[in-house]
Design a protein around this ligand. Sequence first.
Ligand code: HQG
Length: 182
Amino acid sequence: MNKNYQLLKISKYLSYHLRHHPEEIGLELEPGGWVAVVALLAAAQAHQFPITPAELELVVETSNKQRFSFDSTGTRIRANQGHSIPIDLQLDSSCPPEILYHGTGHHAVESILAHGLQKRARHHVHLSSDRDTAKQVGTRQGKPVIFTIKAAEMHQNGHLFYCSDNGVWLVDEVPPEYLVLG
Ligand code: HQG
């Protein structure tokens, strides 16, 4: 099998289990979303999806969005963001840049303008510090639409922002008054 394809499959497998359904392979995430690497590899093996330690390291290193991290000892791994299960990532809130971006599909625009950005199935609304990333996220839903978010103003007004280990900005919601289309 093509090596890149194999790594992509592993990345998707990890996203699914470390963000959404660890229990399907008998895993329980520790606080912060961590799981022991040996437990993950054993669980994957037991569920007919063997991953070698070298493959796991390669996925963590080469993921284009740095979706996963090892802890400082290299013995635990977690998804950096994107969870739907209740995990406290133990991030400290921080001061966002003046402006952040969110990409979505054009079909969502009317509802977003009326109700603001909501987290839906995930823990947080995901924002990026560059327009290109927002465009890529929006492209997943067809013709992309970009919203500019007045992040500094939101922060001044008491909204908490968190920056994940891979640079995605996370916030509980973005009310409509902080959104500009385009
Ligand atoms: C939309 C991927 C209507 C929102 C990506 C988005 C990202 C509304 C969708 C990361 C709404 C939720 C997250 C409202 C929000 N009315 N639609 N009021 N409020 N929405 O997938 O930000 O590759 O949960 O615009 O690249 O698209 O998995 O969030 O379209 O970084 O690592 O509801 O997931 O990363 O969709 O994507 P999602 P997202 P990975």
